[in-house]
Write a protein that binds this ligand. Structure first.
Ligand code: DGJ
Length: 720
């Protein structure tokens, strides 16, 4: 037992379902100051309780006294650690050691910590909101400058949390175009982590997320902590391993150069970070993030249900738009049960390839002599809704817009322009640029019954916005404002966010959009792996997955339609292939898969999803209805690195007191692609057998799928 601390005070927020609560504890005493003492699992029920408040260790080469606050510490305080606030004041001054600290309690689920450093003339307010229902913690910081001159902020974390003592592994997510959300686990070494993403968007390479495990994070069990930043621009993740064991993780948006300036009297609000812990491994973490995303982040739910079957024209046509072909494609799509027809890139003024016309958002008169109206009429006449691809933030030098407004483009005077996909970036920091985009897009949406925009973003930001500075923050602010204006002017229109696939998958976009295009890889093996990673952070109904052509355009891998369609059940199901090339049997089969998706989508998109198996060879996704009366198991054999090895899994979200009837979902796999056995509870006997929920949760199922790239979908229905 250490010596009692001096005058301890504490504050507690508790949230999450009964029996699975989490808590945020703030503690303060006269010696060690204020700090976040704990964010993690909590056994104390909803009741706040006094906490153990150990004294500061004095041994070792440490400073004699701690600063009054060890939260979001700045330069110049103690203990010395990675500062969560870095700034430079014009008249001098760069340290932040607040002496006046106030903890406010707006309500039972919120705390606000107001830290004032009079010498620095800065006030930092940190707000915590622990959601009672989900236990997900939302944290943001707000910095104000009551001083008489300006400050340039180099870094102000949205969140800094102490790592729980058990967090000794990092589950990282890295990726690239067509390879988003690849997982990598490693021990959290003594060096910690400092990572910065400077793509001008959340990015393919490293989404703004951190996941820690008690050992290697597993799907079903074990303690995990996840953090994600709701921000679509540059970001920084930092893990600081302190010698005294008070390790912290920080997450925040990353200002470049001098772009985050606070004039005298000004304030700045960070984007929020969302943090969750689970005792039930990655599936528990995914469940918490999904629930919070559904209830607190997504645009109002009215428009979201049920998620319509898409046809996207990209891999069917690329830039080769032809009215007869498009109409034939639309007819075929409608016959298959497609509900939304999305016209991708290639429809606008002179757009024959990716080298021209971005910025000219009017129909190409050669391909669409009467505008988009006739095609939209055809699509709607066939009973489908119409969606349109745009890439508003970008501009081609070969465009009417560039010729008229060359100064609207980002770039530094005196330096050669940098191109990505042959295009440049509009400066959304200029109000007239955003006004122009709003007017053009609004006109399109008013002129035609367009229900959906696919909003793309196909290059990274590199250059400054003119001579004034990087302008990356202003770019994201301009984007958010534009999206918000469009959504309020056209509330019936849904928006899909895309950035060369999954280059902007984050909750900043999700707060404004209805769907994220998770990757350009329609190779089902690659896509299934991407979905396993991405589904940790967002619910499946917002992550688009399409049935692509038999031979995947990005990898050349050939797979059958049953497998591709089963993979598309992992998210928001769509089609992206040339339906006119399919033979009759393939068309019928695809139609049957569309029907299955429609039959299952309410469950797939409202249930609790779990991924009990994700290894080199298999991926198993289970979705269980909130009332536990139904479940679906999507069992995918991705590879055969260990040929013949069966896959075993449990269904832990079912009601152990109930029995469930298991059926192979229609359309049945071809006879030679059916699972060879379902052992444990007896061999599988279509049309159905009855197994207890307790058995399924404990002993589970064993299936042997015959071949790589085969799939089986099981449906479970409670029957007493
Ligand atoms: C990149 C997207 O990810 C694709 O789906 C497609 O829309 C192309 N851009 C069009 O240029």
């Amino acid at each position: 037992m250490g010596t009692p601390s001096v005058n301890p005070r504490h504050w507690t927020l508790v949230g999450g379902p009964a029996g699975d609560e989490v808590a945020l504890l703030l503690s303060e005493d006269d010696e060690t100051g204020l700090r976040v003492a704990w964010f993690g699992e909590w056994s104390g029920g909803a009741q706040a309780a006094p906490i153990h408040h150990p004294r500061r260790q004095r041994w070792g080469a440490r400073l004699d006294a701690a600063s009054p606050s060890a939260m979001w510490s700045g330069e110049g305080g103690a203990p010395i650690s990675a500062p969560a606030l870095q700034y430079q004041r014009e008249g001098g001054g760069w340290t932040f050691v607040p002496r006046r600290i106030e903890v406010r309690v707006p309500d039972a689920q919120r705390l606000e910590v107001v830290q004032t450093d009079d010498a620095a003339a800065l006030v930092l307010v940190i707000s915590f909101h622990l959601d009672a229902a989900t236990g997900v913690l939302e944290v943001a910081s707000r910095l104000s400058n009551p001083g008489t001159d300006g400050v340039t902020v180099g870094w102000c974390a949205a969140v800094e949390l102490p790592l729980p003592y058990w967090a000794d592994h990092l589950l990282d997510h890295a990726g690239d175009w067509c390879a988003e959300f690849q997982r990598e686990t490693r021990p959290l070494g003594a060096a910690g982590l400092l990572r910065e993403v400077r793509e001008g968007r959340s990015g393919h390479a490293h989404p703004a997320v951190l996941v820690f495990g008690d050992g290697v994070p597993g799907a079903l069990g074990g303690r995990v902590l996840g953090m994600q930043l709701a921000w679509s621009g540059n970001h920084r993740e930092r893990v600081d391993r302190r010698p005294d064991g008070t390790d912290v993780a920080q997450l925040g948006m990353l200002p470049l150069g001098n772009e985050l300036k606070l004039a005298a009297g000004a304030s700045w609000q960070s984007p929020p970070a969302f943090c969750a812990v689970s005792r039930q491994g990655l599936d528990g973490l995914a469940a918490r993030f999904s629930a919070a995303c559904r209830s607190r982040v997504l645009p109002p739910s009215g428009q979201r249900w049920p998620r319509p079957v898409h046809l996207n024209t990209w891999e069917a046509l690329y830039f080769d738009h032809d009215m007869d072909r498009l109409e034939a494609l639309a007819r075929e799509a409608a016959a298959l049960g497609v509900e939304r027809f999305v016209l991708d890139d290639g429809w606008f003024l002179g757009r024959r390839d990716d080298g021209r016309a971005l910025g000219d958002w009017s129909a190409d008169p050669k391909r669409y002599p009467d505008g988009l109206g006739p095609l939209i009429d055809t699509v709607r006449g066939l009973g489908m809704r119409f969606g349109l691809w745009v890439e508003p933030e970008m501009i081609s030098e070969d465009s009417e817009l560039y010729r008229a407004q060359p100064h609207w483009v980002r770039g530094e005077p005196g330096r050669p322009a940098l191109f990505g996909r042959k295009q440049r970036v509009l400066d959304l920091g200029q109000a007239q640029v955003c006004d122009h985009l709003f007017a053009v897009l609004s006109d399109l949406l008013e002129a035609h019954p367009i229900d959906y925009l696919k909003w793309d973003h196909n290059r990274v930001l590199t250059e400054s916005a003119g001579a004034g500075g990087p302008g990356h923050l202003a770019q994201v602010a301009g984007l958010y404002d534009l999206l918000d204006r469009l959504r309020s002017a056209h509330p019936q229109v849904e928006i899909e966010s895309c950035a060369s696939g999954g280059g902007r998958v984050d909750w900043g976009m999700l707060a404004r959009c209805h769907r994220l295009w998770s990757s350009d890889s329609n190779d089902p093996v690659v896509r299934a792996r991407i979905m396993a990673g991405a589904s940790l952070f967002a619910p499946p109904e917002v992550l688009g997955v399409h049935v692509g052509p038999a031979r995947a355009h990005t990898t050349g891998r050939v797979t059958d339609v049953d497998f591709r369609a089963a993979v598309a059940l992992l998210g928001h199901f769509g089609l992206e292939l040339d339906l006119l090339e399919l033979d009759v049997a393939e068309r019928q089969r695809l139609g049957a898969h569309v029907q299955r998706y429609k039959r299952l989508r309410d469950l797939l998109h409202s249930g609790r999803h779990a991924t009990p198996v994700f290894d080199e060879d298999h991926l198993v996704r289970i979705v269980t209805a909130p009332d536990r009366s139904r479940a679906v198991a999507i069992v995918l054999r991705l590879d055969d690195r260990r040929p013949g090895l069966p896959v075993r899994f449990t269904l832990t979200d079912l009601d152990p007191a109930l029995a469930y009837r298991l059926t192979l979902s229609e359309p049945l796999p071809e006879a030679d692609r059916r699972p060879a056995m379902l052992v444990g509870a007896g061999d599988f006997e279509p049309p159905g057998m009855v197994v207890g929920g307790a058995w399924l949760a404990s002993a589970g199922l064993t299936l042997q799928l015959p071949a790589p790239q085969s799939a089986v979908v099981l449906e479970l229905q409670a029957c007493g």
